[in-house]
Design a protein around this ligand. Structure first.
Ligand code: ASP
Length: 335
C-alpha cells in the first residue's frame, strides 16, 4: 500500500468512526419502566365482575405516572418512587393502604429502594403509621447516615422528616380483615393461596442511563413476631446497579431472602455476562423452583431491556418504554 492510499484509508476510517459517534449521539437512549403489583394472583373467577379491570387501571395509572417522570427527563429514582407511592395509596394492592394484616390484626409495612448510579439505598421495616413507606425509605437513603431503620425508630425519623403519618386503621380494609380470618382458620392454606398477594414494586432506566428499583409491601398475611420479608432487604427484594440491572421482587419472602434473589440476578449479569432474561430465568425458574420459592421479579437493564419473570400462576405487572411498548398483564399471557 502506498503512503497516499494508507493515509486515505485512515481518513476514511476516521470519518466512519465520527459518523458512528454522531449517530449514537443523535439517537436518544431508551427509557423504560416496569412495575409489579404482586405475584400469586387471585383466581380468575374471584377477580370481580370487571375481570381484573380495576387492578389493570391501578397498574396503568402508576406505570404512566412513572413513565411521565422519565419522559420529562426525570431520574429513574423519581420515576420508581412516583409509581410505588401511587400503588401504596391504591387499596387493591398489598402496600400502604390495603396492606395485608399481621397475626395481631395490624398492618406492618416494609419498603426499600436503591439507586444504581452510586449504590445508595434506603429501607424501612415494621412501620405502622407512615402513609408512604417508600418515601420514608428514600429519606433514610438521602437524609440519614443509615441504610435501614425499623419500627419506632423509623417512625420517629418519619416525624422528624415531616412525612405524613396516619393511624394504623387507615391502612386496614375489610377485604384484608376477611383474608386474615380465612388464613387463621386454615381455609386459605387449603386453597393453596400465597398469603401476601399484591406487594408492589418498580424498576426504571432514565435518559442518563441510570437504573433504580423500589419495593413496598405489608408482607404476608398472619405474619408474626416482627417478621421481616425480602422487600426491605437490599439484595433480596430490591437491587440496582448501573453495571448490571435493577430488580424488584415479589413472592414468598423467606425463600427470596435465602436465595438473595435480586442481587443474584444482577451478579449473573455482571460476572457471567449473561443477558438479563437468561439470568432472571435461571434464578426464578431454576433456583427458586428447586427450593420451593413461589413468586417473581421485574427487572431492567441499562439498554432499556425489561424482563418480567414469575413461577406463580400470575403476577400483576406492566411495562412501558420509549419504543412505544406499553402493556399490563395479570396471568401468563402476554408475557
Ligand atoms: N415478598 C413479600 C414478603 O415476603 C410478599 C409478596 O411479595 O407477596 O413480605
Amino acid at each position: 500500500m502506498t503512503r497516499r492510499s494508507a493515509s486515505s484509508t485512515v481518513g476514511a476510517l476516521l470519518a466512519l468512526a465520527l459518523l458512528a459517534v454522531s449517530a449514537s449521539a443523535a439517537e436518544p437512549r431508551r427509557i423504560a419502566i416496569a412495575i409489579h403489583g404482586g405475584a400469586g394472583v387471585i383466581p380468575r373467577d374471584q377477580l370481580g365482575p370487571d375481570g381484573g379491570g380495576a387492578y389493570r387501571a391501578g397498574l396503568e395509572e402508576a406505570l404512566d405516572a412513572g413513565y411521565a417522570v422519565l419522559e420529562k427527563g426525570g431520574s429513574s429514582l423519581d420515576a420508581v418512587t412516583t409509581a410505588v407511592r401511587l400503588l401504596e395509596d391504591n387499596p387493591l394492592f398489598n402496600a400502604g393502604r390495603g396492606a395485608v394484616l399481621a397475626h395481631d390484626g395490624r398492618a406492618y409495612l416494609d419498603a426499600s429502594l436503591m439507586d444504581g448510579k452510586d449504590l445508595a439505598a434506603g429501607a424501612v421495616t415494621g412501620v405502622t403509621t407512615v402513609r408512604h413507606p417508600i418515601e420514608l425509605a428514600r429519606r433514610v437513603m438521602e437524609a440519614s447516615p443509615h441504610v435501614m431503620l425499623s419500627g419506632t425508630g423509623a417512625e420517629e425519623f418519619a416525624a422528624e422528616q415531616g412525612l405524613e403519618l396516619v393511624p394504623n386503621e387507615w391502612f386496614i380494609t375489610p377485604r384484608r380483615r376477611k383474608e386474615l380470618d380465612s388464613v387463621r382458620s386454615g381455609a386459605a392454606q387449603a386453597r393453596g393461596q400465597l398469603q401476601g398477594l399484591g406487594t408492589v414494586g418498580a424498576v426504571a432506566v432514565d435518559a442518563a442511563g441510570n437504573l433504580a428499583a423500589a419495593t413496598s409491601t405489608g408482607g404476608m398475611t398472619d405474619k408474626r413476631w416482627g417478621r421481616i420479608g425480602d422487600a426491605p432487604i437490599i439484595g433480596a427484594g430490591t437491587y440496582a446497579d448501573n453495571a448490571a440491572c435493577a430488580v424488584s421482587a415479589t413472592g414468598h419472602g423467606e425463600y427470596f431472602i435465602r436465595s438473595v434473589v435480586a442481587y443474584d440476578i444482577c451478579a449473573l449479569v455482571q460476572y457471567k455476562g449473561w443477558p438479563l432474561a437468561r439470568a432472571a430465568k435461571e434464578v426464578v425458574q431454576g433456583k427458586l423452583v428447586r427450593r420451593g420459592g413461589e413468586g417473581g421479579i421485574i427487572a431492567v437493564d441499562p439498554s432499556g431491556g425489561v424482563v418480567m419473570e414469575f413461577n406463580s400462576p400470575g403476577m400483576f405487572r406492566g411495562m412501558r418504554d420509549s419504543t412505544g411498548r406499553r402493556m399490563t398483564a395479570i396471568y401468563e399471557d402476554p408475557r
